[in-house]
Design a binder for this molecule. Structure first.
Ligand code: ATP
Ligand code: MG
Length: 397
């Protein structure tokens, strides 16, 4: 065992507990992975009926900033992590005074704020070799007047709390920016130049408490209506050169942050082949779900290893994989409000199908209910299963 970083070994009497802030599907899949290794899992989440709560050994039902609840979580757990990036950074700092917390409050707060995040990416550029999209902070009318023409057309994004394309408005002119800024309630925003994307990729990287990092194969992502639709690994468009540049950039970024845990970094590949860093998530990511079925160590097992100060696992991918997100839409007949039960038996008959449902009881359009990962000896076979699943579920391809 590493003397400087003694690990929190699983099992034993009393058992070792790992804690997670947030009760969503990422917390649920973390709980499954940590329990498989012999840990007990505690979840702190305000709502009792939540995906992670159903999987956890203990659910602390409280607000994310409830100090009594946070103290209880810290007292119970050898280490605590988060499953969503908008966890109050003060809560992570409060926990860190009482137990081991990974990632740190400082790292989480960078990822929570698009301005801080972009500034950090710019600081990293000499080592990472990638820059974010050209951008400008918009917090006053004067900022709008001062917009450089080169930033238009662009996208106005709220600085905080954006996800799944929410909190974003596309703008062509300064007047559009004014209207969009009003629509956002005049909260501080970031105007980003609209870039010509060829395709989008993400890189999952993990850094252990001992400072060792690993990086997963690069994932190619397709979004629909601002929500991740599919992740394909290896990506059909990704060149070896692009993959190694993005992986090297991700490693440089996680190192410079001094981050401990799982970090997912999203990149754009532009039509001229250049790479632009978009944003990062201080936790496992939807585009990393393929690692559960296609890699030696899943992103959730890595999260448990990193927070328990254990050696990180093998990131090797053993099978080509395609992940399809399952939204609440598939519980309704095409375009109608008539509910139906999706034909999971038919989906599961497809070669290489692995179904993951998150235990949410109320399917709503656009709500992430689960995912299916198809693994196969070749990517073409995995893609054929994906196409068949889309036909069965009534998802247009
Ligand atoms: P999520 O949390 O789901 O990843 P988000 O709401 O935080 O998304 P972004 O990832 O910044 O927001 O943007 C969502 C999508 O909008 C991107 O995946 C990309 O398709 C598109 N997009 C964002 N910024 C730009 C840009 N500067 N130029 C072109 N397209 C963009
Ligand atoms: Mg994104």
């Amino acid at each position: 065992m590493n003397e400087k970083h003694p690990a929190f070994l699983p099992s034993g009497t009393p058992p070792t507990w790992l804690g997670v802030m947030g009760g969503g599907q990422l917390g649920r899949m973390f709980a499954h992975a940590a329990q498989m290794m012999g840990y007990k899992v505690a979840v702190l989440e305000p709502s009792r009926d939540c995906p992670a709560g159903h999987a956890a050994d203990h659910l602390i039902c409280a607000d994310y900033s409830d100090q009594k609840a946070l103290a209880e979580l810290a007292a119970q757990c050898a280490a605590v992590t988060t499953e969503f990036e908008n966890v109050p950074a003060q809560s992570m700092a409060f926990l860190a005074e009482r137990t081991f917390v990974a990632p740190s409050a400082a790292c989480v707060s960078i990822a929570q704020n698009r301005i801080e995040e972009k500034r950090f990416f710019v600081d990293c550029a000499p080592k990472s070799g990638v820059m974010p999209a050209p951008h400008k902070t918009i917090s006053t009318e004067a900022d709008i007047d001062a917009i450089d023409d080169a930033l238009l057309p662009g996208i106005l994004k709220t600085v905080r709390m954006g996800y799944d394309g929410k909190g974003q408005i596309r703008v062509k002119t300064r007047d559009d920016v004014r209207a969009a800024f009003d629509k956002m309630g005049r909260v501080t925003c970031l105007l980003e130049k609209m870039l010509p994307l060829a395709y989008e990729v993400s890189v999952l990287t993990v850094r252990g408490a001992d400072g060792q990092s690993v990086v997963y194969p690069i994932a190619e992502n397709v979004h629909r209506d601002g929500i991740l639709f599919t992740t394909t690994v290896p990506g059909p468009n990704v060149t070896a050169e692009c993959a190694s540049r993005a992986q090297a950039a991700a490693l440089a970024i996680i190192e410079q942050m001094g981050y401990v845990g799982v970090l997912c970094i999203e990149f754009f590949v532009l039509t001229d082949g250049s790479l632009v860093v978009n944003e990062m998530a201080p936790r496992p990511h939807n585009s990393g779900h393929y690692t559960i079925d296609a890699c030696v160590t899943s992103q959730f097992a890595q999260q448990a290893r990193a927070m328990a100060k254990l050696p990180l696992g093998d990131v090797r991918q053993h099978s080509p994989a395609v992940m399809l997100n399952i939204l609440g839409d598939v519980w309704f007949e095409n375009g109608s409000d008539t509910p139906r039960e999706p034909a999971w038996d038919e989906v599961l008959r497809l070669p290489g199908a692995n179904l993951h449902l998150y235990g949410k009881d109320a399917p709503r359009r656009g709500r992430k209910m689960g995912h299916v990962t198809f693994i196969a000896p070749t990517l073409a076979e995995a893609q054929a299963s994906l196409a068949a699943a889309c036909r069965i579920l009534g998802i247009p391809l």
